[in-house]
Design a protein around this ligand. Structure first.
Ligand code: PHE
Length: 337
């Protein structure tokens, strides 16, 4: 009776007290265990009744132990046994990623050209010599091939990482009949040292329009439209004579500097102009190489670096930021899509 009283009133509020209780009353070596041992000394005729009482006591202690053990565990996981679920507590923040600035700009460029009837084409990043060079009018062993330092995968026959997305133009013209009006975004590779202004992996968007009566005026007006939509309504555009094996005539595309509006600053090296890409009328040889009648059709093509456009649009000074995955840099674009 006395021990039953002790078991009932033993204070259990902490895990340490629960352990003390276990050792004192539940364990084999506790008070109740001792009483069971003492049962041997009790005369035979009283032993059965006493044994039954001891069992009741033992179960009572075990039940109390189980109850408090469950209670303490519950407190541990819920903070407090009494505290009701608080629905006003703030949740654990669930962070969303953001689109990469290069993807934002690529999508924007695609949007602008889609609205004037261009579709989007893609091709393989590993190319053969024909699609990357020969069909584009790069003669074999011609120094023009050195303009684009190439990562070769195999020699004879040559397999390489594409140096420009012009290879996709070839694939399109080989498989489709004019009119062709397509935009070709993608990753390109050149064996160049990595710096703030150059990388060995970068992105281009090229465009191709082949139809009857396509003229240089169409090329100029298309790119002027693009520059206005992409950068600013009051932008100016200029074409500088240049050379590419696959276009004739060829021109470099410049836009007026967005920072100084043509007055001169260090972004445009005090010229008032910044280059955004190359362009030209598709060389008749290229059309013929791809099975398109150059007497009947003409075309224009252009190519721009997505990194370059992004740097101009957001005034980013170091191209390496695009591939470093620094979350402080990337997070700044989370409000854009
Ligand atoms: N393919 C050229 C380059 O990567 C760019 C270009 C494309 C020039 C189309 C003219 C016409 O440098």
């Amino acid at each position: 009776k006395e021990i039953q009283g002790q078991v009932a009133s033993f204070p259990i509020t902490t895990p340490a007290e629960l352990e003390q209780f276990r050792i004192a009353y539940v364990g084999r070596k506790g008070v109740i265990g001792d009483l069971f041992d003492a049962l041997k000394t009790v005369p035979q005729d009283e032993r059965k009744a006493l044994g039954a009482e001891l069992n009741t006591l033992k179960n009572f202690a075990q039940t109390r132990f189980n109850e408090f053990q469950a209670l303490l565990e519950n407190q541990h996981t819920n903070g407090s046994a009494q505290a009701p679920l608080d629905l006003t507590l703030p949740t654990i923040p669930n962070e969303l990623g953001s689109r990469h600035p290069l993807s934002i700009v690529r999508n924007r460029i695609i949007e602008i050209f889609e609205r004037i009837g261009f579709n989007v084409s893609e091709g393989p990043e590993i190319e053969d010599d024909w699609h990357n060079f020969t069909a584009l009018n790069f003669p074999e062993n011609h120094p023009a091939r050195d303009m684009q330092d190439t990562f070769f995968i195999e020699k004879n026959p040559d397999i390489a990482l594409r140096t420009h997305t012009s290879s996709v133009q070839v694939r399109l013209m080989e498989t489709q009949k004019p009119p062709i009006r397509s935009l070709m975004p993608g990753r390109v590779f050149r064996n160049e040292a990595i710096s703030a202004r150059a990388h060995c992996i970068f992105h281009q968007v090229e465009g191709l329009y082949v139809n009857t009566d396509v003229s240089f005026a169409d090329l100029k007006q298309t790119l002027y439209h693009f520059a206005k939509e992409m950068f600013a309504k009051d932008i100016k555009i200029r074409f500088r004579p240049s050379f590419f094996p696959f276009t004739e005539p060829s021109a470099e595309i410049d836009i007026s500097c967005l920072i100084c509006k043509g007055k001169g600053c260090n972004i445009c090296k005090y010229t008032g102009w910044v280059e955004i890409g190359g362009s030209g009328m598709v060389d008749p040889n290229v059309l013929e190489n791809c099975g398109i009648d150059s007497q009947k059709y003409t075309g224009f093509a252009f190519g721009m670096g997505i990194e370059r456009i992004t740097m101009l649009a957001y005034q980013i000074k170091d191209l390496r930021l695009f591939t470093e995955n620094d979350i402080r840099f990337l997070r700044q674009f989370s409000q854009l899509s």
